[in-house]
Design a protein around this ligand. Structure first.
Ligand SMILES: Nc1ncnc2c1ncn2[C@@H]1O[C@H](COP(=O)(O)OP(=O)(O)OP(=O)(O)O)[C@@H](O)[C@H]1O
Ligand SMILES: [Mg+2]
Length: 279
């Protein structure tokens, strides 16, 4: 109404005969109500597709619902972290324990860059084009990597389920829902360094994987020792760049421990140790 009044006052046709003016007002009213109708429709549309907290779009909500019906989770509790390509939530399991939901988001530039990791991996040669299936492939890849590591006895959060872009795993942290601290937020010792190299060795020799995104941010320090996580980028040791990724992982780990005043192995030596007899 206010806008309509404004329209009337500012209208150069103000001097028109009364009848004409009334017609102009009616036209303006119609335009206004049409615009209101359209914007209401827009709101409705965006509600339908609303990305709650930028994560839960309708397809993701349906997956979460499926996970609930399957008894994998009971309820989503709260947001833990927002990473480069995913958001991490805690959820309760039907037995009351906590679980982690890692929800992969839309394709980011980073994600695209990392597609090279999938492209070179023989286990993922049948990926269809299109972002949704790519995101799902990425989540499945992290899940499979975790399964392989877990089965080989590497200390990683237990993988529980994967459905499209949602990965469910064991929660690592305290009973109040606080995650275990990553190395970067912990006091570290030479025993921690030794454990990291041991876990990397087991990952390489038993699970036949290279983490490929290892750093002080993707290693937990728990009461029961160190634990590797965030396996989205991990590659099979057959991957053409696996050696390069392994060297980078060792360099990241060494740089961190050295900075904290802990004696580290020479990079080439550590790489050799991790690879064992594998060429
Ligand atoms: N199993 C878990 N238990 C407890 N907390 C977890 C678990 N997995 C992930 N988190 C929390 O979520 C954060 C992000 O997880 P993760 O590194 O796997 O995601 P990301 O999207 O790859 O993040 P980034 O891109 O920043 O590396 C972790 O730093 C940790 O705080
Ligand atoms: Mg991470």
């Amino acid at each position: 109404m206010i806008r309509c009044t404004f329209f009337m006052l500012s209208d150069p046709d103000e001097q028109l005969p009364r009848e004409e003016r009334q017609k102009a007002i009616d036209r303006a009213d119609r335009r206004l109500s049409r615009r209101e109708r359209e914007s209401r429709l827009l709101v409705k549309r965006s509600e339908d597709y609303e990305v709650f907290d930028n994560v839960f779009d309708v397809p993701t909500l349906m997956i979460i619902n499926d996970l609930r019906s399957d008894g994998v989770i009971q309820q989503v509790r709260g947001s833990l972290a927002a990473g480069k390509e995913s958001k991490v939530y805690t959820a309760t399991a039907p037995d009351g324990s906590l679980r982690i939901l890692k929800i992969y988001l839309t394709v980011s530039a980073e994600f695209k860059k990392r597609m090279q990791y999938i492209a070179g991996d023989p286990r993922f040669s049948d990926i269809k084009r299109g972002s949704r299936s790519l995101i799902a492939a990425w989540a499945r890849k992290e899940f499979k990597n975790m399964q392989a590591a877990y089965a080989a006895g590497v200390r990683v959060p237990a993988p529980i389920a994967v459905k499209k872009n949602v990965l469910v795993m064991e929660f690592v942290g305290d009973s109040e829902g606080n995650s275990a601290p990553p190395l970067v937020e912990s006091e570290v010792t030479s025993s921690d360094y030794k454990q990291v190299i041991e876990q990397m060795t087991m990952l390489y020799q038993k699970a036949r994987l290279v983490h490929a995104d290892l750093s002080e941010y993707n290693i937990f320090k728990t009461d029961r020792g160190i634990m590797l996580f965030d396996f989205g980028s991990a590659v099979d040791i057959q991957h053409p760049n696996s050696k390069q990724f392994l060297v980078r992982d060792v360099m990241n780990v060494n740089r961190f421990f050295e900075k904290r005043g802990i004696e580290v192995l020479d990079t080439a030596l550590a790489v050799e140790k991790i690879r064992g007899g594998n060429k």
